[in-house]
Write a protein that binds this ligand. Structure first.
Ligand SMILES: *[C@@H]1O[C@H](CO)[C@@H](O)[C@H](O)[C@H]1NC(C)=O
Length: 316
């Protein structure tokens, strides 16, 4: 009885992240895999950001947005992977209470910012493809700066609220989180307070981050596709479709997994799968975005190539 009371009164000061509950001999393999993912992600994204900043041919709205997306993806993976790598190599899986909510805040901010930035990028493509004659007058530099910074501000502000509500929950133990970072649904499962109200608030805030940008993104792509269908030449149609479809796949996976994890009601099957879904929007999207958005873009590739060539020619 005394023990029970003590157990009830304890508040958790530290969480244990189970990460990928794998046998110990797999830890090294997982470490190598995630290290490779981290290096590829950071290298690809920093290359693009540097190319955009250094090359005045790339000083156009579309590339500014791409550069900002790359900076965002670098921050995003850096909120998750270094901690995961450290814990895989050291075998120490603890994270302090405040560390946990700090991570929750930064991951949330990056995810929410990315939702809005992807919708800004699709809006930019919509104007370029569907209103080509007005592109220059619509995408003035002031609007471009506003559209680049607004996603960051929205993401940071909306996530203040989600972090505040999540940190109001009581945790009286156990403190083992079955996940690889401090995220909302596993924290909710550990909480010993009445979570119904928090769950509703979180759904509303989660929807504010994902729904408006998702609707804007898909509306833009509907207009883009209907414009592409009117292109008379078949090869032109094909080219436009191939870029467009890869973007669509990326945004669908990104928004889709976010909505499944944060907004849909938490059924038992979803609880088993949220770790898998989370890998898509936290690890795979930042890794593949630079390749899908920039390195498949012909103009971008050509400018990069030219850049590399002149640099080789100068010393000769
Ligand atoms: C981000 O966007 C702003 C405003 O459009 C731009 O000035 C800046 O260069 C961009 N950053 C990168 C890394 O492209």
């Amino acid at each position: 009885m005394a023990k029970m009371q003590k157990y009830n009164q304890t508040t958790v000061t530290e969480f244990i992240l189970l990460e990928f509950s794998s046998p110990p001999e797999w830890q090294t393999l997982l470490f190598v895999v995630f290290l490779a993912i981290y290096l590829v992600t950071v290298a690809g994204n920093l290359l693009i950001a540097a190319a955009v900043l250094a090359n005045h041919h790339l000083h156009k709205p579309m590339y500014f947005f791409l550069g900002n997306l790359s900076v965002l993806e670098t921050c995003y993976t850096s909120t998750l992977l270094p901690r995961l790598l450290a814990s895989l190599i050291s075998g120490y899986h603890g994270i302090s209470f405040s560390g946990c909510f700090l991570q929750f805040y930064f991951v949330g901010t990056c995810a929410c910012t990315e939702c809005y930035l992807l919708s800004v990028m699709s809006y930019d493509r919509y104007v370029a493809i569907c209103k080509p004659l007005h592109y220059v007058t619509i995408m003035k530099s002031r609007l471009c700066v506003l559209l680049s910074f607004a996603p960051w501000i929205l993401g940071a502000v909306l996530t203040v609220f989600t972090t505040f509500f999540a940190s109001q929950l009581n945790f009286c133990g156990p403190n083992v989180i079955d996940h690889y970072f401090c995220d909302y649904s596993p924290l909710l499962m550990l909480s010993c307070s009445e979570t119904h109200q928090t769950e509703m608030l979180m759904s509303v805030l989660g929807s504010a981050c994902t729904m408006p940008p998702m609707i804007l993104t898909f509306a833009s792509y509907v207009c883009i596709i209907s414009t592409i269908l009117k292109i008379p030449s078949n090869s032109g149609k094909k080219k436009a479709f191939s870029t467009c479809s890869s973007h669509l796949i990326v945004v669908t996976i990104f928004y889709g997994t976010l909505i499944i994890v944060y907004i849909l009601p938490k059924t038992d099957t979803l609880k088993d799968l949220y770790k898998v879904f989370s890998v898509f929007y936290t690890i795979l999207t930042p890794m593949f975005n630079p390749y899908i958005y920039s390195l498949r873009n012909r103009e971008f590739k050509e400018i990069l190539k030219k850049c590399a060539c002149t640099q080789k020619l100068i010393p000769n």
